[in-house]
Every structure is written in C-alpha cells, then in structure tokens.
Design a protein around this ligand. Structure first.
Ligand SMILES: Nc1ncnc2c1ncn2[C@@H]1O[C@H](COP(=O)(O)OP(=O)(O)OP(=O)(O)O)[C@@H](O)[C@H]1O
Ligand SMILES: O=C(CO)[C@H](O)[C@H](O)COP(=O)(O)O
Length: 299
C-alpha cells in the first residue's frame, strides 16, 4: 500500500467480467482527471499457449493438474514485484498476452503469445490491474498487501462458466469441449487461489441471473444485465452512505447490513457511484503525501 503511488485491483476468475469493468473505471478516471497505468493479469502467465499445451501434456503424464489459476502457470513473484515497485517508485514493467488474431495482428504476432516487456508508469497517477490474481496470497507471495483498493468481480459460478464458454468459443477460437475440460482441470486451483481472494476484497460485485442457468454447458447466450441482479457486499460497512445509494439507484435494496442489491442494468451506475468517492480519496491522500515529501525535501 502506498499513498504516493496507489494501486487499484479488480480481481476475478476467467470469464468473470474483469475486463468488462474497464469501461466503468475509464469513466471514473476521466471524470477525476486520472491517468492510470493499466495492467492485464494475463501478462503474468508463465507460458505462451504453445508452451502451456506442452505443460498440460506433461502434467497429464505425471497425473497432476496445471491451470491458469495456479502458481505453476503464473509468475506471482513478478506480479508482486510489479506491485511493490510501483508502490515505491510509480514505475514498473508490463507486457500483454494476446488472445485473439485481432489482438495479435497489430503486433505482428500470433495469438497465444506475449508482447515484449515494456516500461510503464511514467506520468501516471495510479496502477490499475484487472485479472485473476489481484488479491492472491500464497505461502511465498502476498500480492493483496500492496493493493489500496481491491474489488472482486464474481458472478455466481454457473453464470461465470456461461460467460467463459461463450466468450472463449466465440472470440478466442476454442471448442466447447476444450473450455469445459479447462474448467474441470482448473477446479482445484480455483478453490485454492481464486475464491480466497474474495474474502480480502474491499467490495465484491456478484452478478446473479434471474433466468435458469442450471446447465451452463448447454447455454447458447449470456443472460443480459436486465436478466440479473448484482449483489454488492462491502467488507467495511462503516462510513458507507447506503441511504444515498438507495435513493440514487432505482430498484436498489439492502439484503444485509453490509450488502446492497441493484438491478443488473444499474451495475455501471452503481460502480461509478460507489467507487468514485473511494478513488477520489486515494487521489487526495496521494496529493497530501506528495506535498509532504516536497516540504521535507525543501527543508
Ligand atoms: N455484466 C455483464 N453482462 C453481460 N455480459 C457480461 C458481463 N460481464 C462480462 N460479460 C461477458 O462475459 C464474457 C467474459 O467477460 P470478460 O472478458 O470481461 O471476462 P474476464 O474476467 O476479463 O476474463 P479473462 O480473465 O478470462 O480475460 C464477455 O463475453 C463479456 O462480454
Ligand atoms: O482467460 C484466461 C485466464 O484469465 C485464459 O484461460 C488464459 O489467458 C489463456 O488463454 P488462451 O487459452 O486463450 O490461450
């Protein structure tokens, strides 16, 4: 954690919708005049798609599992190093994992490969991470401790699987069978590395469909926002202005003392209303810390 170089992380499983939140964050950053350094969690995969296929084959031969959720297939040292370096210096290094031809062609690369590492941070106000491991803690690494605002994006699991299956088959060129197999193979790591993060988050956004999703493996479409509610749970309810949110968000109600529920269509509005004051607060702390540093340097 650092007042001078804050870090915001949106964490969630594959298909949870972390990339989709970028739009709401972009609105907030624009309205507050913030320039973020944006990092995608998939950059910290250890292997290209081809290398991962090889690792999967080796794992099968050794009767063990490897998945994109765990520490074998991701470099948590590098992720923690980026967060600690950015906190201290406001700088770091990033690269991108290119999933599709559309993403890969501008780099003259193939899908499933990484762009070269490049510098990030110069002239930015904060680090914005979206991906699988923004709040991960293992015996060796504590990524969560560097994060100033940690958000969980976590649809109920049937919906998450529908989102993953439909996105991976339509956009990333995988077969339905391959995606289903990857869900099965990832289950142990899902429980060990993904779900524990949602107990460390400041706020979780959990989308719950109001249509039947009981067989996600046969679903043909993603339930729309209007076919869902979003359960928003605050770790710390003290200081949260629930009456204000209830009055501003049509159809919102509270289901618990720390839990607000909003109609799916209001998810973007709710994110902006709830997160803007928290991000503004991070920026005010940053300006105060910088002023103090200037003052001490002048002494
Ligand atoms: N609130 C939502 N309403 C409807 N569709 C959604 C919503 N959130 C995400 N989706 C859809 O679900 C799919 C997965 O979302 P997204 O790509 O944002 O997931 P992700 O968490 O970034 O996954 P990954 O880490 O695997 O890249 C996309 O097709 C996206 O359009
Ligand atoms: O979204 C994921 C993890 O968040 C993907 O499963 C991972 O990035 C690998 O992608 P691909 O199978 O398309 O190479």
């Amino acid at each position: 954690m650092s007042s001078r170089n804050p870090i915001i992380a949106v964490t969630g499983s594959s298909g949870a919708g972390t990339s989709t939140t970028i739009e709401s964050f972009a609105h907030i950053f624009r309205s507050l005049g913030i320039t973020p350094a944006t990092v995608e969690g998939d950059s910290f995969h250890r292997y290209s798609r081809q290398e991962m296929d090889l690792e999967k084959r080796k794992a099968r031969e050794d009767r063990r599992n490897i998945s994109y959720f765990g520490d074998q297939a991701n470099d948590f040292d590098a992720l923690e190093k980026l967060f600690s370096t950015y906190s201290e210096t406001g700088k770091g290094q990033m690269r991108r994992y290119l999933h599709t031809f559309d993403e890969a062609v501008p780099y003259n690369q193939m899908p499933g490969t990484f762009t070269p590492w490049e510098k990030l941070g110069e002239g930015t106000d904060l680090l914005f991470y979206e991906g699988l491991h923004g709040g991960v803690v293992t015996e060796k690494n504590d990524v969560a401790k560097h994060v100033d605002l940690l958000i969980g994006m976590v649809p109920i699991v049937n919906l998450e699987w529908i989102q993953k299956i439909i996105r991976d088959t339509n956009q990333r060129g995988h077969s339905r069978e391959a995606v289903t197999a990857s869900i099965v193979r990832s289950m142990e790591d899902y429980i060990s590395y993904i779900t524990p993060q949602f107990s460390k988050t400041h706020i979780n956004f959990q989308r719950v469909p109001t249509v039947d999703t009981s067989n996600p493996f046969s679903a043909k479409a993603i339930p729309s926002l209007d076919e869902s509610f979003v359960v928003i749970r605050f770790r710390e309810a003290t200081g949260v202005d629930f009456p204000y949110y209830l009055s501003m968000i049509d159809g919102a109600f509270m289901s618990r003392i720390n839990t607000l529920v909003v109609p799916g269509g209001k998810m973007g509005l709710a994110m902006e209303l709830l997160l803007t004051p928290l991000i503004r607060d991070l920026m005010e702390k940053k300006h105060r810390a910088n002023k103090q540093l200037d003052w001490m340097t002048d002494l």
